[in-house]
Design a protein around this ligand. Structure first.
Ligand SMILES: *Cc1c(COP(=O)(O)O)cnc(C)c1O
Length: 363
């Protein structure tokens, strides 16, 4: 049993005590007024973090389930799709679309760089029949944040009616997102990243254009059918048994986020990201993301020459109770997350442990 743990992987993220307490309460039924009240209370918080006027759909799933729901509810087999990728999660979104029969054009950018809006515009111009554009807001594998509003503006200049589907799994709650104002038709988030909840819930917003696409889509769907989810949501319920404990945890986490204030939370994330990036650089690591596009959620970095990232991560875990993740380049990169319930002391402690562990592995 560990004394304590500094969980610095990019999801799941640490849980505030209030979240743990909310999850430990006796179970309730999902056709009860208590459950309907819970669902009603989380909606204003969700609308605020997504920047939408309409209710957000709550699915019992991991973030990838949310990406699949976004795809199968808006597209039809054979649809042409342009998928923008700056890393692992961009490629995953594209792979989901391809798995259900979309014809995907992948527009890839090198690790550490964000997507260039003009390049995306050119790709769309070359694909005049494209039905949808797939984007990642914060690419968790490299710690890169994309300029979503700039890309969407460019996309709509080229292709005014294109559907914009956004993977916001590691951005929602950590950085500003205005889905309505930016013109994002579908945004996917998950409970276990910046929203301070446990794993288990995918959250999806739909614009009016997104809703129209849901009515027309012909990809197979049953569990993910958002028409059913929306029908049940009008009475505050879900079609199937939801992860009630996770919803209670998310509710508590969202309340803390709203109490802190979204702008304050975003500023905290930016500051922690700056600390992590500078601290790692001072220890000889090279951040993967270019400075201007560093994600506020997670920092990926190349380990100093001659150091094994895998060994460093193992030593950090076993001797220092600091848990980092590997990065996009096996044994050469690490990732240190700073999203959700994270404070300066956590990052300072993690950096001090990295310094000690570096000395250990160098002998
Ligand atoms: C974590 C994450 C996902 C989804 O991961 P799950 O393990 O399915 O919850 C998708 N996209 C991004 C950007 C992520 O950070």
């Amino acid at each position: 049993m560990r004394r304590s743990m500094n969980l610095r992987v990019p999801g799941p993220t640490p849980l505030p005590r209030a979240v743990c307490k909310a999850m430990a309460r006796p179970m309730i039924g999902h056709r009860s007024s208590e459950f309907r009240d819970l669902m009603a209370e989380i909606q204003p918080c969700l609308r605020a973090v997504f920047g939408v006027g309409e209710d957000v759909i709550v699915l019992t799933a991991s973030g990838t389930g949310g990406l699949e729901a976004a795809v199968v509810n808006t597209l039809s087999p054979g649809d042409e799709v342009v998928a923008v990728s700056v890393g692992v999660f961009g490629r995953r979104f594209a792979a989901v679309a391809a798995a259900f029969g979309a014809r995907v054009t992948l527009v890839e950018f090198p690790p550490g760089q964000r997507a260039d809006a003009r390049t995306v515009g050119a790709a769309l111009a070359a694909a005049p029949g494209a039905k949808a554009l797939l984007l990642t807001h914060s690419e968790t594998s490299t710690g890169v944040a994309n300029d979503v509003p700039a890309i969407v503006r460019m996309a709509r200049q080229v292709s005014p009616d294109i559907l914009v589907l956004v993977d916001g799994v590691s951005s929602v709650g950590a950085m500003p997102l205005e889905a309505d104002a930016w013109g994002c038709d579908v945004v996917v988030a998950a409970s276990q990243k910046a929203l301070m909840g446990p794993p288990g819930l995918a959250l999806i917003s739909l614009s009016r254009r997104g809703l129209a696409a849901v009515e027309q889509a012909r990809m197979p769907r049953f569990y993910w059918d958002l028409r059913e989810a929306r029908r049940w949501a009008t009475r505050g319920e879900t079609p199937f048994t939801p992860a009630i404990g996770a919803i209670r945890g998310l509710h508590a986490g969202l309340r803390m986020l709203i109490e802190e204030g979204l702008d304050a939370a975003f500023a905290r994330h930016r500051e922690l990201a700056r600390m992590a990036r500078q601290g790692l650089a001072r220890l000889g690591f090279r951040p993967v993301a270019a400075e201007e596009c560093a994600s506020p959620s997670v920092t990926a970095a190349w380990v100093p020459e001659g150091v094994s990232a895998d060994l460093l991560i193992r030593v950090l875990d076993e001797r220092y109770d600091v848990v980092l993740a590997t990065g996009h380049e096996p044994d050469r990169t690490i990732r240190l997350a700073h999203m959700g319930w994270v404070h300066e002391v956590d990052i300072r402690e993690a950096l001090a442990a990295v310094e000690s562990a570096l000395a250990d592995v160098r002998g």
